[in-house]
Design a protein around this ligand. Structure first.
Ligand code: AMP
Length: 175
């Protein structure tokens, strides 16, 4: 398990009861980093992808080298207020309160086939908002791709229920 075994679990971070899945131990390891990027890129090599969209901030770290490998462009989906020109945004529910992700209006053209990338899917709220944002711009989400799935929290099922394809390199049971 070259990937899962290199992910560190930090109990009670950032809150009591959360098992934080820390990918910095995977990223700092040359075999871990290379295997992660190669496994994702090889899955999409023979499929038409026009853009890779990464969700701030760990989705940038994983998504950019995947885009490079696939020979596509990279689009950052950022937290509220970080992008310098006109944006489109989507609000999504957090455990306490609401957050917002944004993308430049000119980031994705109608009909472009987009691979969505983030480090981890938990409730799927962030990814669902990102999918809607891409679709708002006329993009087609080919698949939502993660390093880690927490299946017991239900994000994958939530996205699949809405007809979206989900792929993850590894799973951690529980939360
Ligand atoms: P969600 O919207 O609930 O699917 O949460 C996904 C986002 O929150 C991702 O961008 C993750 O980086 C982060 N996240 C949620 N839960 C965890 C966890 N247990 N460990 C590390 N990151 C997490």
């Amino acid at each position: 398990m070259p990937i899962k075994s290199r992910i560190r679990t930090v109990p009670h971070y950032p809150h009591q009861g959360i098992m934080f899945r820390d990918i910095t131990t995977l990223l700092k390891d040359p075999v871990g980093l290379r295997t992660t990027i190669n496994e994702i890129a090889s899955r999409y090599k023979s499929i038409r992808i026009d853009k890779v969209a990464g969700i701030e901030s760990r989705g940038f770290i994983v998504g950019s080298p995947v885009a490079y490998e696939l020979g596509t462009g990279f689009v950052p989906i950022r937290k509220r207020g970080k992008l310098p020109v006109e944006t489109v945004g989507r609000d999504y529910q957090l455990e306490y309160g609401v957050d917002r992700i944004e993308m430049h209006v000119d980031a994705i053209q109608k009909g472009e086939r987009v691979l969505l990338v983030d480090d981890l899917i938990a409730t799927g709220g962030t990814a669902e908002a990102a999918v809607k944002l891409i679709e708002d711009m006329g993009g087609i989400v080919v698949e939502c791709c993660f390093v880690i799935d927490l299946p017991d929290i239900g994000g994958r099922a939530r996205l699949e229920k809405h007809g979206h394809k989900v792929f993850a390199l590894c799973e951690f049971e529980g939360d």
